[in-house]
Design a protein around this ligand. Structure first.
Ligand code: FAD
Length: 334
């Protein structure tokens, strides 16, 4: 095991611009690397990645392995996994971390299977064990009722994905120095069984649930899908986005893209308004890091009040129209 060395993150970019999740990973991994005294590397795959590698250094990487090739212009699971496998087998990192994004969630299981190592998906926390320097990978288990900490003592690399928005991004320091290593891989690394016919972006990146400052969340307490217009209007007045609990999504009131929680998205807006949400542990897993939480629920004993900064006991169908009316007044007067 002694030849496996260093901490790696999988950096994600689009058209030469590093995605926010990569800076969050660097923030997390920098602490891990400092704790175990090993170098921190980022791996960047793409085509015409421009200044992206330099940005990764400014944000905390000691070195960046770049594979820049036309076959990597768009995400292709075959080519991406082949390139990463080549790199990992050659450089032998002790730890390899990716975001629990669609890219990370696609690539990491493929790599773990090929490299015959373990993978802890959707971690909420990572740490280094004193003495052994093993990666401690913490994630909710048993339906979210316990937090399990998993170690990988016998296989390498130790692999984990972490949820976007579960750690603040690292700060940019343009004085930071690091090494950019342009890697040339054999042609076979770029072979793929996929033919990409086109690329379609869904929705506006800035308006995505993960990126907005205000989230208004609809729970089953809303009663019926017709009442969703209240949630949408409140979100619109506050310049935010609409989220939902799992029952709301399962009943088809909102698309899965809106689901917040253990099996949905993690959000950490400045303001989170829970409307008719009970506050089940699986839901809290996706919104706990919100800065300020307002909960509206007719049951004063609802769990959601335990994590709320401001609780309103009442019927959502009465409270939300009053909030909307007041916000409209404020808007008119300003
Ligand atoms: C493995 C696993 C993964 C899961 N993943 C997720 C996940 O990702 N996200 C998620 O949300 N859940 C998830 N769940 C489900 C979770 O356990 C809860 O069942 C779910 O969060 C409850 O949703 P809810 O709060 O909308 O509904 P309920 O629990 O039914 O709560 C409705 C609330 O509304 C209140 N209410 C009712 N009428 C009104 C009214 N008129 N005005 C005001 N308040 C009212 C009630 O008092 C109640 O507190 C998961 C469960 C499991 C086992």
């Amino acid at each position: 095991m002694k030849y496996w060395h260093g901490i790696w993150i999988l950096a994600e970019q689009w058209q030469g611009k590093v995605k926010g999740v990569s800076f969050e990973l660097l923030g997390r991994a920098r602490n891990l690397a400092d704790k175990c005294g090993e170098p921190l590397s980022a791996v960047l795959l793409g085509y015409q990645t421009g200044e992206a590698s330099q940005e990764l250094i400014y944000h905390g990487a000691d070195q960046v392995y770049v594979v820049d090739h036309p076959s990597l212009t768009q995400f292709d699971p075959d080519a991406y996994a082949n390139c990463l496998e080549h790199l990992i087998r050659e450089k032998r990192p002790a730890v390899f971390i990716a975001g629990a994004t669609s890219t990370g969630r696609t690539l990491m299981p493929i790599l773990a299977a090929r490299l015959k190592t373990g993978l802890t998906a959707d971690c909420t926390d990572l740490d280094i064990e004193e003495g052994t320097k093993l990666l401690l990978q913490t994630r909710p288990a048993i339906g979210g009722n316990v937090m399990a900490t998993i170690r990988t003592p016998k296989h390498r690399p130790q692999m984990a994905t972490v949820r976007p928005r579960s750690h603040p991004p690292s700060l940019r320091n343009p004085a930071r120095k690091g090494v950019i290593i342009e890697v040339k891989l054999p042609d076979e690394a770029f072979r793929t069984r996929f033919e990409i016919l086109g690329f379609e972006r869904i929705g506006d990146e800035k308006a995505r649930l993960e990126n907005v400052d205000v989230v208004v969340c609809a729970g089953r307490g809303l009663g019926n899908p017709n009442a969703l217009f209240l949630i949408k209007e409140l979100a619109e007045l506050l310049g935010g986005a609409v989220g939902g609990t799992r029952p709301v999504v399962e009943q088809g009131w909102l698309p899965y893209l809106c689901q917040i929680g253990l099996s949905g998205k993690t959000v950490s807006p400045r303001l989170y308004i829970a409307c008719g949400v009970s506050g089940a542990i699986q839901h809290l897993a996706g919104m706990r890091s919100s800065k300020f939480v307002i909960a509206i629920n007719k049951d004063p004993r609802a769990q959601i009040f335990k994590v709320a900064d401001l609780g309103i006991v009442g019927d959502v169908n009465e409270i939300i129209p009053r909030l909307i009316k007041r916000l409209r007044q404020i808007r008119r007067n300003s």
